[in-house]
Structure formats: C-alpha cells, structure tokens
Unconditional design. Structure first.
Length: 184
C-alpha cells in the first residue's frame, strides 16, 4: 500500500521556485516601439475599418442574405469572407496598439548616437551611400529606407556614434558600414 501525500496547503505567495504548478506563468507582452506617425497610421486604419468599412460590409452581407439561398449565393459568401478578414485585421491592430510604446525621435536629447527613430546615413566599403530610418516593426517600408530596430542592420546601428564602422550581416555575407550622418 502506497502512502498518500497530504494535499498542498494554500499559500498566499508563490514558492521561491516560481508559480504553483496549476498556474501558468504570466509572460510579459513584447513592447511594440513605434513612432508617433506610425501610431497615428495604425489608429487611423483601425478607426476606418471599425467605423466605416465594417458597417458597409455588414449592410452588404445583410442585403446578400436577404436574396435567398445562402449556400449558392456568391455575394453572401464573398461578404462573409470579407467580414472575417476585416475582423482578423481589427484584432491584430488592437493587439499591436495595446502594447504600443510611442517613442518620439524629436525628443531625443542625445543626438550623437543612433537611437530609435534616427535617420542614419551610412557608406559601405565601395563608397555607396544609403540612408536608413530606424522605426518599429509595424512601420517597415524598404522603398523609403524605413527599417526595423530589430533587423540585423537596425540592431547593429543602435547605440553607435558618428564615424563608427560596423560589420553587418547581409543576405550575401557581411558588409562594412561607416556612419556618416545621424539626424532625428
């Protein structure tokens, strides 16, 4: 016969080893650093989808549903799919905005180093100049040179000074970049 253990006593504090086994540990949400302009764009998109686009699609869906047999109604099927896509995008935007931390680059006091929101001009070993703007992951735009602070180039440039030379992992190996100009 096996000895039975007594049930655990209730405790007001978690044991030193972490939370009780029946509780899942709380994972801190990743911070979504974003510039004021990026935050404004996300907010405008959220408001447009919620207040304008979604009601239009709901009305069109109701009209399509009133036409009769829904199983063969292409308009009804299309509007249901469109509504699901809008709702999915709204959930995504709501989550991103909930964890957003707005960082205004114009308020940066240390302008001698590369920080979030900086526009950095670099020169590679061949003398080719490129300008990057370090922004949040929701603001990336390769055509405009807006790169994420989490990208290999962004991570490497953060904290560096004017004139510093850095080695950056590239899709085709590594490149040496020298910082020519920093502006906010």
């Amino acid at each position: 016969m096996r000895a039975r253990r007594p049930p655990p006593r209730p405790s007001s504090t978690a044991p030193a080893g972490g939370p009780p086994a029946d509780e899942k540990p709380v994972v801190a949400a990743e911070k979504n650093y974003i510039t004021p302009a990026g935050h404004r764009r996300l907010t405008e998109e959220f408001d447009f989808l919620r207040n304008k686009k979604r009601p239009e699609v709901v009305n069109a869906l109701a009209d399509a549903a009133a036409e009769g047999d829904r199983s063969e109604n292409a308009e009804y099927i299309y509007r249901k799919r469109q509504l699901r896509e809008i709702d999915r995008r709204l959930r995504f935007l709501a989550k991103r905005l909930d964890i957003a931390v707005v960082v205004d680059p114009t308020e940066q006091t240390r302008r001698d180093r590369v920080f979030f929101g900086a526009t950095v001009s670099v020169e590679d070993e061949d003398g080719e100049r490129t300008t990057y703007r370090i922004v949040g992951v929701d603001e990336i735009n390769g055509a405009e040179g807006a790169i994420s602070w989490q990208s290999p180039i962004g991570k490497t440039l953060l904290g560096k000074r004017l004139g510093d030379t850095v080695m950056v992992r590239w899709h085709a190996g590594t490149r040496e970049l020298t910082i020519d100009q920093i502006s906010y």
